[in-house]
Every structure is written in structure tokens, then in C-alpha cells.
Write a protein that binds this ligand. Sequence first.
Ligand SMILES: NC(=O)c1ccc[n+]([C@@H]2O[C@H](COP(=O)([O-])OP(=O)(O)OC[C@H]3O[C@@H](n4cnc5c(N)ncnc54)[C@H](O)[C@@H]3O)[C@@H](O)[C@H]2O)c1
Length: 444
Amino acid sequence: MKFPDINKCSVSIIGLGYVGFPLAFELSKPQKRLNNILIERKVIGFDINEERINELNKGLDNTNEIDLKKEDLPSLLELTSDVEKIHKCDVFIVTVPTPIDENKKPDLSPLKNACKTIGTILKKRKSSIMPIVIYESTVFPGATEEICIPIIEEISSMKLNIDFVCGYSPERINPGDSDHKLRDIKKVVSGSNKDCANWILEFYKTIIDAGVFKAKSIKVAEAAKIIENTQRDLNIALMNELAIIFDKLNIDNNDVLEAAATKWNFLKFRPGLVGGHCIGVDPYYLTFKAEEIGYYPQLVLAGRKINDNMPNWIVDKLFFIMNKKDINISGSEILILGITFKENCPDLRNSLVINLINKLNKSNMKITIVDPYADAKLAFDKHKLKILKDIPIGHKYDILLTAVGHNYFKNINVLAWKKLIKNNGFFLDLKGIIPRELNPIRIM
Ligand SMILES: NC(=O)c1ccc[n+]([C@@H]2O[C@H](COP(=O)([O-])OP(=O)(O)OC[C@H]3O[C@@H](n4cnc5c(N)ncnc54)[C@H](O)[C@@H]3O)[C@@H](O)[C@H]2O)c1
């Protein structure tokens, strides 16, 4: 069977969230390649969430990854929740979520459902073009070949590398980071055979300016992605543990890190609240697979435990400082700046700031939360938390806690910070954004 024409193929993106929508957007932009060939691909973005499709079609991307006020949807891009519309596509790219369940085990149901959709489409397909299935969702090594491909083969009654080919190319975007967008991040690709891997390599070259790297196999590409985030998680866990130790030693952790960073090979990681659906989740995909084959991954799990426990440590520390300052916990007023899982990003999923607030809520404190990025309706519907977009003017608090380093907070001046705190109050600055002259307490 003939492979699709890279410049003119029809592509479906299955799952239009943080990863899928920017990908659909870039792939559908008409563009010229170096050799002056015009690329015009029909791209159909498919998502089971009708509300998401309606919003995108109205020009609202609530992930903030594409500013639809400034950029129009490309005319070659169609967004739909009607699965029939993707039946005639040649390329199927899967960008559905891969979360964990309440037992911190991989929840592969969205991925399996996407495979079933593709299997059903391939079963009915009548085309002489080789269909190409590419997975971008983060999974453990082996998931594509051991779980995804068998589902497609069973439902479609087709055989891999005869009737269809398959590849894995992990996404590495960093939401909220305008310096590293899809085109600027080197992409890793892999394929079920040599021709497929080469086709996928050339395909992504058309949209990735930073270059494309061909991994030795699908499993290698899967493993590479999972260790990128596991490494980051563990490095932050080490910094968090050091922050706890130095706090007990009465040494300012920031001063220690500043001094240590003067050595050329000291890695500049910082302590922090690890949330979201990547760094705090992906290591569990790796540990799941390791345990499945009989190896207990002590270090990776220890790091996860430390990172997950940080909200408890911060709250205990906060109460300790309040006691020392004779501030009654019950009835005290705290202003919390930021609730999303990371800076300049609206995503609330697995935000550890929510865990921290839930713990504070048990102590009868008066909590005011400000986050200009977070979806206030979602925060209320899902977590029963009221979020303000702006810091209330003219009110003073016992404690001001900076939890997320949104740029918006970094622009506040010394005088404005000062006006927010009562005489005996204090700043607990988790993000290093309060000016040093205001003597913020820095524990991380
Ligand atoms: N967000 C990130 O920063 C990031 C970065 C790199 C990799 N990843 C990985 O990429 C994958 C997607 O992440 P995301 O953040 O874009 O998720 P997301 O939750 O933002 O978006 C996923 C979308 O898929 C849709 N969906 C779910 N099941 C579907 C199905 N069967 N058919 C069609 N649509 C379906 C959902 O409605 C949702 O809109 C995950 O595996 C994630 O780990 C995410």
C-alpha cells in the first residue's frame, strides 16, 4: 500500500486539549517547504467534549495555548465532535489524556476508547492509502505495542505493518511557556517499521522548526518521554527534601541554592509544589510498569511521596510561625496568591495548592484566593473554592502566601505589597516574588 502524501494528506487529531489543539492548528496552516512545495493538509480535530468544540469554534481556547483573538482558525481546520467526520482521514493522531486513578495506577480508558474509535474506522475503510496511527499521549514503555495496537487489530481485523502502520511521538510542550511552543521543541518520533518511522519523521519536520529525532523503536520513544518527567519530578523532590532539612537547621534554603549554583555542574532545580497531569503523574506510569515486571522502584516512589506531602509540610510550617507570632489560627485572614498547578497557565488539574487550601480550610481560617488565570467557575463547581481575579483593594491580611509565580503577581510593587499585610502579619513566600526588603519568610 502507498503511504499518504505528506503535504496533502488528511489528518485527524483525536483529543483537542493542551496537546491536540495546538497540533491541529499548526498542521492545518498552509505553508511552503524549503523546496517551495505547498503544504495544504485537511485537518479534522475531533473531541468527545462537545462544549470544548463549541468554544473553540467560537474562538475561545480556554487552555490559553492559542490566542484565538489574535489568530483565526486556519480554513483547512475543521473541529468536530462527530466521529463520522474523521472516517476518511489517512493519518490519525491520538492526543487523549492519560491520567491516574485514585490508587495512582494508569487510567488507560481514554486511550483505549480512542483505539476502539480508530479500530472501528479502519474496519470500514476502503482506501488504497496506508493508514498511519500516531500516538502522542504519554504512556509507559510498551503501551503502544502491548495495549493500543492489539485493540486496533482486534476491532478492525487488520494487521500491523500490512494493513496499517503505527508510530509514537511524545509531546513535550510546556503550557504557559511562550518561549517553548510546539514548533520550538525538538520532537522524538518512532515507527512500527522503517518506512513508517521515516514517514513520521518527514511529516513532523514540516511543522517542527527545532528538528526531529528518530528513536530506535516505539518503546524507546515511550521510555524517553516518561523519564524526562520522572527526572524532573525526582530533582524537585530532592530540592523539597533539602528545603525541609535546611529549615530544621535554620538556614535559608534560597541562600544555600544561590551559593551552590556557583559551581558549574550544580543543577539549578528549585523546590516546589508538583501538580498537573504530567510531572506528578507520569512517574506512576513508569513505576506501574516496573512493578508489573517484578521490580519495586524505590527512588521514584520516594520522590513522589516527598512531593505529594509538601502541602502538609507547608501548612504545618505556617501554623508554627503563626504560633510564634501569637496569631490565632481560627479566624485569622490569609490571602493566597495563585491556585493553578503552575505559573501563567489556567490548568487546575492536580494542583497541590488545592490540597494546601483544603487543609487550611479545616482550621477555620478566613481564606481569600486570587488567581487571574484560573477558571473561577470550574474551581467552584469542582472544588467549592471561590476565586477572585484581582487582589481586593484596601484590605489587610494576617498572612499573604504566594503559591504560584504568575507574572501578574511579579509586577506588584513594594508599596502595594506592604499595604496588604497587618502590623503583626507576615509574607510566606513560596515563589520568591516578594521583595527581600519586606522580609518575606522563605521556606522553599
Ligand atoms: N498538557 C501538557 O502539558 C502535556 C505535555 C506533554 C504531554 N502531555 C500528554 O498529552 C496527553 C494529552 O494531554 P492534554 O493535556 O492535552 O489533555 P487534555 O485533557 O487537555 O485534553 C485531552 C482531550 O481529549 C479529549 N478526549 C478524551 N477521550 C477522548 C476520545 N476517546 N476521543 C476523542 N477525544 C477524547 C478530552 O475531551 C480532552 O479535550 C496526555 O497523555 C498528557 O500526559 C500533556
